[in-house]
Ligand binder design. Structure first.
Ligand SMILES: [Zn+2]
Length: 247
């Protein structure tokens, strides 16, 4: 369900049943002359829309205003929109804190932008990961008071850690493509991999009539096809089902 369309009784039901609540996180960034600037975020949105048809899921309105950076091209006339990570952090902290107060305990975000470095982290995902941690600490201290962790009730903390009951599992971030997927599917910027994925997921975001072979990073897009994109789509859907605990 899309969060903005939910009625309060549906929200209470989603909390009680511990439905995953998912934030599509991304950027607006130049992706060559042939592809829409929303690619990285649209990929997450479109894949979640597919999953919504097969599992209980709350999809939050997408956040497109991440730290795109101007590493690929300067923004003038090209469309990249960069918001620095230190500005994202307070926003994300409020967002996660608010979701915890509503009652959600199974919150996730997926990001594709620069996610080849997800383990170490890049500015947008690091800001949201850091904010998630801070929001959880702040929430627990507010709800349980200082010393909550040292309390006898927490004696099974280490045993519970792998399960959902560890508060630090309440918010989890994931790359859209795992290292395993990247071994079987081309990971690039506006190249064959991303262009194929958009052809499969959101054809309106690609127009090969405008393709230009000038930039090295998008040159392989001429090999793109919806068939390849559908392969990528299925790899990613399998990974998303797994981390969201699809029945
Ligand atoms: Zn991209």
């Amino acid at each position: 369900m899309r969060y903005e369309l939910m009625l309060p009784y549906q929200i209470r039901n989603a909390i009680e049943r511990r439905w995953p609540v998912v934030l599509p996180l991304g950027v607006l960034e130049y992706h060559g002359e042939h592809m829409a600037v929303g690619m990285d975020t649209l990929a997450v949105v479109k894949l979640l829309e597919i999953l919504e048809g097969e599992m209980d899921l709350v999809i939050l309105p997408a956040f497109y205003y991440g730290a795109a950076s101007y590493a690929v091209e300067p923004p003038e006339g090209r469309g990249s929109l960069h918001v620095a990570a230190d500005k994202l952090f307070p926003f994300a902290q409020e967002l996660f804190g608010g979701l915890l107060r509503i009652g959600f305990r199974n919150i996730h975000f997926f990001i594709h932008h620069q996610a080849e470095n997800f383990t170490v982290g890049m500015p947008t995902d690091l800001a949201f990961k850091f904010a998630a941690r801070q929001a959880i600490f702040a929430f627990l201290e507010r709800e349980r008071g200082e010393g909550w962790w040292g309390n006898e009730k927490m004696a099974d903390y280490y045993a519970e850690q792998a399960e959902g009951d560890d508060p630090f599992n309440w918010i989890k971030g994931h790359p859209l493509m795992t290292p395993e997927i990247i071994r079987s599917y081309p990971f690039d910027h506006a190249g064959e991999g991303e262009t194929s994925l958009m052809m499969a997921l959101c054809p309106a975001a690609v127009d090969m009539e405008h393709f230009s072979p000038e930039a090295w990073y998008s040159r392989s897009a001429r090999e793109a096809s919806p068939e390849l994109g559908r392969r990528g789509r299925d790899f990613i859907l399998a990974h998303m089902r797994k981390v969201l605990g699809s029945r």
